[in-house]
Design a protein around this ligand. Structure first.
Ligand code: PLP
Length: 406
């Protein structure tokens, strides 16, 4: 007798990362012998620094293969509390840290702890798609907020955000430095967001996945350091981008002890603990080797960014700003869509992939476009592609589009 194949209703509210479908498409095309220029992935073509691998081997040899505390090994919690606190100008101790299998799990766990069903959650759109997915899945009401394009980049639309806050708003999701737009808040913008969150007594998820990937002079800044924020903010911390460790799955939720202990309770019910020996490897983040790696990574990414932005702006119709953080460039392609005589971003993307091998994601992979949006955007990631390939790929793209101009 076949089982009843009906699945739980709430699965209908669970989203996904549609960007993975672009990876599959590019892979399928590559298998036919087509040269692919991979701008779609937020993964890094760098090897994890040796120091992490050696530490993991050592931990395995030393038998760190059993269960460990649900919140993580005390050494790592303490070390992260000190390092993350110092770099953000706040004080944390081990009880403020719950180790996670990557940064991603922090999103759903934080919402599970702070949001009731029916509560409204403000989140960036375009933005990392898991925010919307988890808000809906957990019964919250997703309220997207948008950005404005300026002469040299993007900024948050504070009036629009203010207008969206209601008595039901409970959580604000803030992603500085942001995927997919590479935007960063000015000090003034961050201050105003913090003031809004204090005024309306909101919980804040500060997704700091790209905190280490910045190109400007001076230190990165976290909203947690602003008045009234420490006790309402949970930081999404991850090893993925800073140390080229996306597949290791190591990160942390860092915030008020009461929120953190509840997040840890979810760990207990869910994965029990993050892989024991991986946590020991995580202690290597505080070594000079790891520090040097991140510096080198940022230097290489900066060069790639410079080349990419220069080439993108030579493509007919493209408008690309130079982001000061992350490894993404969010390009306005509205005029190029006119040249190509299409109003479908998906057709545009597919045609360019097929004809040139240049593979990228579009705005639609980062949340639904809002009704009043009248510009079209695509995202180029340069984390997984070298400088030479960047130049070659974008020049090919430019040639193709030129051939379509009348
Ligand atoms: N947050 C943002 C904005 C991201 O772009 C990503 C990954 O791309 C994550 C969180 C999650 O990363 P991970 O789960 O690998 O730590």
């Amino acid at each position: 007798m076949a089982a009843n194949r009906r699945f739980a209703t709430h699965l209908g509210r669970l989203g996904t990362e549609t960007a993975y479908a672009v990876s599959d498409e590019a892979r399928t095309l590559a298998a036919t012998g087509k040269k692919i220029y991979p701008f779609h992935i937020g993964d890094l073509n760098f090897a994890t620094p040796e120091v992490f691998k050696k530490a993991m081997d050592e931990a395995l040899k030393n038998g760190k293969t059993g269960y460990c505390p649900a919140a993580g090994i005390p050494e790592l919690r303490k070390a992260l509390a000190e390092d993350v606190g110092r770099r953000r100008g706040v004080e944390y101790s081990a009880e403020n840290v719950s180790i996670q299998s990557g940064g991603k799990p922090v999103i759903g766990k934080f919402l599970s702890v702070t949001m009731e069903e029916g509560d409204e959650v403000l989140y960036p759109s375009p933005g990392y798609p898991i925010y919307e997915s988890m808000i809906k899945f957990l019964g919250g009401v997703p309220v997207p907020y948008i950005f404005k394009e300026t002469d040299n980049g993007f900024e948050m639309d504070l009036e629009h955000i203010q207008a969206k806050i209601s008595s039901k708003t409970k959580v604000f999701i803030y992603n500085n430095y942001s995927n997919p737009m590479g935007v960063m808040s000015s000090d003034e913008e961050m201050k105003q967001i913090a003031e809004l969150c204090v005024k309306h007594d909101l919980w804040v998820l500060s997704d700091e996945a790209y905190f280490d990937i910045t190109f400007f002079e001076g230190d990165a800044k976290s909203i947690v350091s602003l008045p009234g924020m420490l006790n309402r903010t949970v930081i999404l911390y991850t090893y993925s981008k800073s140390f080229a460790m996306t597949g290791w799955r190591l990160g942390a939720a860092i915030g008020p002890a009461d929120v953190i202990s509840n997040i840890t309770k979810i760990n207990t019910n869910d994965e029990a603990c993050t892989t024991h020996f991986i946590q020991y490897a995580g202690l290597s983040a505080f070594t000079p080797e790891a520090h040097d790696f991140t510096r080198h990574l940022v230097d290489v990414l900066r060069e790639r960014r410079n080349v990419l932005v220069e080439e993108l702006n030579k493509v007919p119709g493209f408008v690309a700003h130079k982001p000061e953080s992350t490894f993404y460039v969010f390009v306005n392609v509205t005029k190029t869509m006119e040249i190509m005589q299409t109003r479908s971003l998906e057709d545009f993307r597919k045609q360019l992939l097929r004809e040139t091998g240049v593979s990228f994601c579009t705005r639609e992979h980062f949340g639904e476009a809002l009704p009043f949006e009248n510009q079209y955007y695509v995202r180029f990631a340069y984390s997984g592609i070298d400088k030479e390939m960047i130049t070659e790929g974008i020049r090919k793209l430019a040639e193709y589009i030129k051939s379509k101009q009348h």
